[in-house]
Design a protein around this ligand. Sequence first.
Ligand SMILES: Cc1ncc(COP(=O)(O)O)c(C=O)c1O
Length: 343
Amino acid sequence: MIDLRSDTVTQPTPEMRQAMAQAEVGDDVLGEDPTVLRLEQHVAEMLGKEAALFVPSGTMGNQLGVRVHCRPGDEFLCESQCHIYHYEQAAYAQLFGIATQPIETPHGLPSIEQLKPRVRGSDFHHARTKLLCLENTHNRHGGVVLDYDALAELCAWSAEAGLARHLDGARLWNACAATGRSPAEWAQHFDTLSVCFSKGLGAPVGSALAGPQALVDEARRVRKALGGGTRQMGILAAGALHALEHHFPTMADDHAKADALRAAIADAPHLEVEQPGPQLTNLIFFHVDPEWGTAAEFAHRAREQGVAMFDLDPTRVRAVVHRDLTMDDVHQAGEILQRIARG
Ligand SMILES: Cc1ncc(COP(=O)(O)O)c(C=O)c1O
């Protein structure tokens, strides 16, 4: 099976498993796991922040990010297709009494003009608007890299408007590989960021929330309340450290493979590849012409022929390229998809 369902299906390499097996560990709830401490310091440095906290998942990183900026009765602004709003069960509302205003955009980045009327004043009839959340790269907008200059301008405006900024940087590594900009360069526009090691970087588990020390301390408290205080977590942190050191530098390879698959799909009849921006990464979204059939039928036929993908909408399929695929796998997948599209 050529598995294009997600970059989360990546397997730890033998070298990563070895690094994990040999990790020096301690009780992380007591602050005594040297490998976790090393990872947290390394991530904070990479992102140019005071501190970072290792968490089990991107979802927890995001929810802690929202929670450290907002209290019950507060709200945050976000893009309507973002992971925090679309895929995290409104956990901010379930767990913390926080509301949101989602904003529709064509390619993932709201404009200042869109945000201006959404920031509410001090009238006590309203929720208090406290935070702007962005996502880069943007998953449901096709893995697009947000435009750097527009993002910088939006974040500067948000700061002036009194909004904190949180980035869902689950795939920030891909944005860095696609643009040549460092993690810290992107991160400087945000107060807090969540980044994932378990997606394109290929570690089995883990994410981190980075930001100012006081907010990371608060996040550590909330993580404990959510049952996320864990003990000899260094075994997992070692996988993340290995991924940052050995896999992050090769991330652009995934984009080259994705370009090849994108080209093959674009050549197929009845399929239309989304081009949400000039800088594309490892996610490919394409539309299936209803004359051919539904996206679900297309994904089903592909799976029967050895290519696994998710249909996300009635006409839309997502294919994700990752480090466990070779260029040959990608060429083979492209040929299979073309054959199915031809009927
Ligand atoms: C953009 C984005 N943010 C956050 C997450 C959540 O990560 P996790 O599955 O580790 O909770 C994902 C997961 O795919 C994602 O794509």
